[in-house]
Design a protein around this ligand. Structure first.
Ligand code: AMP
Ligand code: MN
Ligand code: MN
Ligand code: MN
Length: 286
């Protein structure tokens, strides 16, 4: 396959049931292939355990290029932010221990969330959410939201987030995640490249986002995920321009979690408008 073909359909952000996705890594690979993805990264939250299966499946389904990835949960100035690592060595001990250290707090956080939800009359959420999740240490707000939808608390997981699971709502509790610096260092230590995930999703001011991007650059970050499945066309354009201004590359990914829930399916990650000056992180992943 020539490089040109490899860059045809790039999707560098997706999830499996090793975090809060619903498909196995192998089924994500199958879906990626059937949606004509030519370069694919699996990037589970705080977890690299699905990558061996993903790599094997990518080979079996003859996906042009598999990129081992991870999405690390961090806090920056008290805001929860996500940093994607691409082309990581998933055997690397520093990275493995780093993501384990943040993952291990998830269960205790889930217990606290469940207690808070009891106070507003929503019962049994921890047990229900645990049944939807492969490993209790990987429990996430997405599992809570899915269980609560199944109980008829709201029609969609987005409504559950809005009303129960975001800061200021009854089921939200603070949590200690990694620092921005740690996440970038772990990724670099594992030979990978660090990408600021979906900047358009963070509920902070435009000035705070500029400071976040500048801090990310100063700490050695590599790219901004301008082409995110959760960005509007206008956001794709502004983050591409910002990345270029800061001397950062850009990345593209659907952030696929589930055929039913995800706004953007795997293989439909937005493309960066070719007329905008940019450097694609994909050029550095071959
Ligand atoms: P956690 O890692 O437990 O904090 O959960 C965060 C995950 O919840 C994200 O990775 C998304 O998959 C999902 N999520 C966050 N916000 C929303 C939302 N507004 N609607 C639906 N899913 C969301
Ligand atoms: Mn998620
Ligand atoms: Mn994310
Ligand atoms: Mn994600």
């Amino acid at each position: 396959m020539s490089n040109n073909n490899i860059f045809n359909n790039i999707d560098l952000h997706s999830h499996s049931l090793f975090s809060d996705g619903v498909l196995s890594p192998s089924d994500v690979a199958k879906r990626a292939k059937s949606h004509h993805v030519t370069m694919w990264a699996l990037s589970d939250h705080d977890c690299v355990d699905g990558l061996a299966q993903a790599q094997q499946a990518a080979e079996n389904f003859a996906i042009g290029k598999f990129v081992p990835g991870v999405e690390i949960s961090i806090e920056w100035n008290d805001v929860a932010i996500h940093i994607v690592g691409l082309n990581i060595d998933y055997q690397n001990e520093t990275l493995k221990n780093g993501v384990k250290s943040i993952r291990d707090g998830r269960f205790a956080r889930a217990e606290r969330m469940s207690k808070e939800l009891e106070k507003v009359g929503i019962h049994g959420v921890l047990d229900g959410a645990l049944k939807l999740c492969k490993n209790p240490n990987q429990i996430s707000r997405a599992h809570f939201a899915r269980f609560m939808v199944s109980q008829g608390v709201a029609k969609t997981t987005s409504q559950i987030f809005e009303n129960y699971l975001v800061p200021g709502k009854p089921g939200y509790v603070d949590h200690k995640w990694a620092s921005l610096e740690d996440s970038i260092n772990w990724i670099h230590n594992a030979g990978g490249l660090a990408v600021l995930a979906h900047p358009g999703r963070y509920k902070v001011s435009g000035t705070a986002i500029l400071r976040l991007c500048a801090d990310f650059k100063d700490l050695g970050g590599d790219a901004i995920e301008a082409g995110s499945g959760s960005h509007s066309n206008e956001q794709i354009r502004s983050y591409t321009t910002l990345a270029n201004y800061l001397g950062l590359a850009v990345s593209c990914g659907s952030d696929f979690h589930s055929p039913k829930e995800s706004k953007v399916d795997i293989g439909n990650a937005p493309k960066i408008p070719p007329e905008l000056k940019h450097q694609g992180i994909w050029e550095k992943l071959l």
